[in-house]
Design a protein around this ligand. Structure first.
Ligand code: AMP
Ligand code: MN
Ligand code: MN
Ligand code: MN
Length: 284
């Protein structure tokens, strides 16, 4: 597969994106994406629609998801690629992971009320496409709507993050479980946007060495949340730990995301692209 413009990370309104799987497929195609994966948070409910829409456009497709895990007290995201979307173990694990979101959302709302923002739960729900998947992004849209902030970036600086109003500590899946669900379903597990985590060098080393030990095989090197320096750093991590490299925009919305589908730099030569290990799983 001589592919450069792979985009293996984005979100539809089945999680916290604003476009449908079909709209994303069309946008990926229009932007010149050569291999696409929809990776909704903790959910595979959009996979069939995404694969069908991609097939109709002649756009090669890999199944995807992005699982929230708790590692060393931090939330880490693990992207799964090329798995069987009907796998019952993966479906059960994701359902369990999603299960805590409802109560968390009510607690977030109560905490926002404490600082004078009323009705945030109901307000966030208006933006939710999938009632199983209420997320901080939906609250962020509501906070913009009521004028608490100018845009969602400002929301994540002033609210909904550790130490700020509306933040609720949450325990997600374990790293071991998430990797086991993905690999058990025939897919490859990839550490998403490692440059975003607030780990010390030791903690980050522990993340990658444990991830590798339990069968994790990839790392996102080029993503919308990495700087050019991160590209170099995580290319080094891929080499050090013998991991495949992935590339994805993490696109959520035309009005909120600064990185569009298919618009990032290509992986540098010398890296092993994760899609080369997934050629049998590509749906064309
Ligand atoms: P949740 O899974 O409910 O904790 O929500 C996490 C989502 O919030 C992420 O997938 C992003 O879409 C969004 N998010 C988190 N932090 C930020 C940030 N600093 N800027 C913009 N969006 C963010
Ligand atoms: Mn998101
Ligand atoms: Mn993420
Ligand atoms: Mn994402």
């Amino acid at each position: 597969m001589n592919i450069q413009n792979a985009d293996l990370h984005c979100h539809s309104n089945v999680s916290d994106g604003t476009l449908t799987p079909e709209e994303l497929a069309a946008r990926a195609k229009a932007n010149g994406v050569e291999l696409w994966a929809l990776t909704d948070h903790d959910e595979v409910g959009g996979q069939q629609r995404a694969a069908q829409a991609a097939a109709a456009l002649g756009l090669p497709y890999l199944s995807g998801t992005e699982i929230s895990v708790t590692f060393a007290g931090e939330t880490v995201h693990i992207v799964g690629l090329g798995f069987d979307v009907a796998d019952p173990g993966l479906a059960a694990g994701l359902a369990r992971t999603r299960g805590g979101r409802e109560l968390r959302a009510r607690e977030m709302s109560a905490d926002l009320e404490r600082v004078g923002i009323a009705g945030a739960y109901e307000g966030a729900l208006k933006y939710v496409g999938n009632p199983d998947l209420i997320s901080r992004t939906h609250f962020a849209r509501y906070l913009v709507e009521v004028g608490a902030c100018r845009d969602t970036q400002e929301v994540f600086r002033k609210y909904l993050t550790e130490g700020k109003p509306g933040y609720v500590e949450h325990r997600w899946a374990t790293l071991d479980d998430a990797v086991a669900w993905i690999t058990g379903a025939g897919g490859i597990a990839v550490v998403a946007h490692p440059g975003r985590y607030k780990f010390s060098a030791n903690e980050e080393y522990a993340l990658f060495s444990h991830f590798k030990d339990i069968g994790g095989r990839g790392v996102e090197v080029v993503t919308g949340s990495h700087t050019a320096q991160d590209y170099v750093k995580y290319a080094g991590v891929a080499a050090e730990f013998g991991l495949f490299a992935s590339r994805g925009s993490d696109f959520h919305s035309p009005s909120e995301s600064h990185t569009d589908l298919g618009s990032l730099p290509f992986l540098s030569s010398g890296l092993s692209p994760v899609w080369e290990a997934l050629s049998e799983r590509v749906q064309v």
